[in-house]
Ligand binder design. Structure first.
Ligand code: ZN
Ligand code: ZN
Length: 467
């Protein structure tokens, strides 16, 4: 069986996030999107954690939760909900701001996971004891190093996990051009073996990461980092296995085992556990062989086309300067309009860190599938500007109701099944997205999303004549 997990989500309490991001709404929207497992998001936030404790109950799958009966979504999808409840994992994102080494300021975001509400509470308590302010932003800003934070969470429970978030984005990431590091090792030093995955982020995909040899050691995961309900599942990680195998440990083990180096080599010994401050915890239970996690396997990721991501190219949003890394180099990193330094995006950063040629493929790796949200595809097929147009929404909900879930339509339905429910033009658009035959022009840069073009100018003109 296939499970789709989106393990980087936020709540209504995180900066720049929609007030509709409640547990009830997240549960409902994941069901129509086709996301099986979602992060409860922002568990470090004081008020949100109260809601988590009140509303989430054990699911019957070890360390995964479901919403308690009774709560109703305030922004319900306008179609009947698939029956299967969404599974919640305890997750949060933290922003570490600190100085280390040559750079004065490091700003690095990390996704943190805990195997239970109890352990998440212990993490919160440990951070509060150290003076961290957890009550203001859902994505709490803490004045401690990535390494210190990792040490704390592993000391509380060795099953806790840290995954560096949107790893190459310029401002807040482990490899960010502005305040990041040049390697995982530089950031985590002797604790490096405990980092077994990175989140590639919207502006990067696995082939870009394969140019950096160090990353063969880690799994490349993708999650949506949704700031609103419609963006849930826009990137996700896919697991295969029997339903009975599903658990927090099995998911983490499957991720751990999806690193290219692990897929091609015999298992290496686990890193020794960090000595905690509290009671000595048992090591994590053994969960299966090297290729799986208790029968669960990470088969791949659903990927935003990286050019569409908000930091793919370099440039200045305010100056409308969108630059390919080669142009940036020619210009000496200076914006042609305002003459200040440009924001260096993900493509440039990968090029800088690369020690493998473009096109290099590791011997073994999980798969990846290009993904564009269905409402964007509909807008493009219908020749409508904007995914939130009324006419787009009508088609969207009609199709999702017929297909069961959005991701089922985008990933699984056969061409003839799509043809039976969608217009020929929309069916063609979905096919082109599946085949990766999509042009993103201009690409994303300095916080601006890239523009999706599924049909070329000639095709668009012909469509306009028909309307
Ligand atoms: Zn972040
Ligand atoms: Zn400028």
């Amino acid at each position: 069986m296939r499970f789709i997990a989106d393990l980087h989500t936020h709540s209504k309490y995180a900066r720049a996030c929609s007030p509709a991001l409640t547990l009830e709404n997240i549960d409902a929207w994941c069901r129509v999107k086709g996301v099986d497992i979602v992060s409860a998001g922002d568990f470090t936030h004081t008020k949100w954690f109260e809601e988590i404790k009140e509303k989430l109950v054990p699911s019957g799958r070890e360390s995964l939760y479901v919403l308690r009966d009774g709560g109703a979504p305030t922004s319900p999808p306008p179609i009947p909900l698939p029956k299967k409840p969404t599974l919640f994992m305890l997750g949060t994102e933290l922003a570490c701001i600190y100085s280390q080494g040559a750079r004065k300021v490091r700003r690095v975001h990390h996704c943190i996971y805990a195997p239970s509400i109890k352990v998440a509470g212990e993490i919160n308590a440990a951070l509060l004891t150290r003076g961290c302010k957890l009550g203001s932003d859902g994505r709490a800003i803490i004045g401690m190093s990535s390494k210190e934070l990792l040490k704390i969470i592993l000391g509380i429970d060795p099953r806790n996990v840290m995954i560096p978030a949107h790893a190459f984005t310029p401002w807040f990431a482990i490899f960010g051009s502005n305040s990041g590091f040049d390697s995982i090792k530089e950031c985590f030093e002797e604790l490096t073996p405990h980092i077994f995955a990175i989140e590639t982020g919207l502006s990067a995909d696995p082939p870009m990461c394969w140019r950096v040899r160090e990353l063969d050691r880690v799994a490349l995961v993708s999650f949506a980092d949704a700031h609103s309900l419609p963006n849930l599942g826009r990137e996700a990680t896919v697991f295969e296995g029997s339903e009975s195998a599903l658990s927090y440990d099995a998911i983490m083990e499957a991720i751990r085992n999806a690193a290219p180096a692990k897929l091609t080599q015999p298992p290496s010994p686990q890193p020794s556990p960090i000595k905690g401050e509290g009671v000595k915890k048992d090591p994590p239970p053994s969960v299966g062989g090297v290729r799986g996690g208790g029968g669960l396997r990470m088969s791949g990721t659903l990927e935003f086309i990286p050019d569409e991501g908000r930091y793919h190219y370099d440039g200045h949003r305010a100056c409308k300067a969108c630059l390919h890394p080669k142009e940036t180099k020619k210009l000496g990193g200076i914006c042609p309009k305002c003459k200040k330094l440009v924001t260096v995006g993900v493509l440039s950063r990968v090029e800088e860190l690369a020690n493998e040629p473009a096109g290099r493929v590791p011997l073994a790796h999980p798969q990846f599938w290009p993904l564009i949200e269905l409402d964007k595809i509909i807008a493009e097929a219908e020749g409508v500007k904007g995914r939130s147009a009324k006419s787009v929404k009508k088609v969207y909900w009609d199709l999702v109701a017929k297909a069961g879930t959005e991701l089922n339509l985008l990933l699984n339905l056969l061409p003839q099944e799509i043809a039976a429910i969608a217009s020929p033009r929309l069916a063609e658009a979905i096919k082109r997205v599946r085949d990766g035959k999509v042009k993103i022009d201009p690409p994303g840069y300095d916080g601006e999303y890239g523009v999706v073009n599924i049909f070329d100018e000639q095709e668009k003109a012909a469509q306009k004549k028909l309307l």
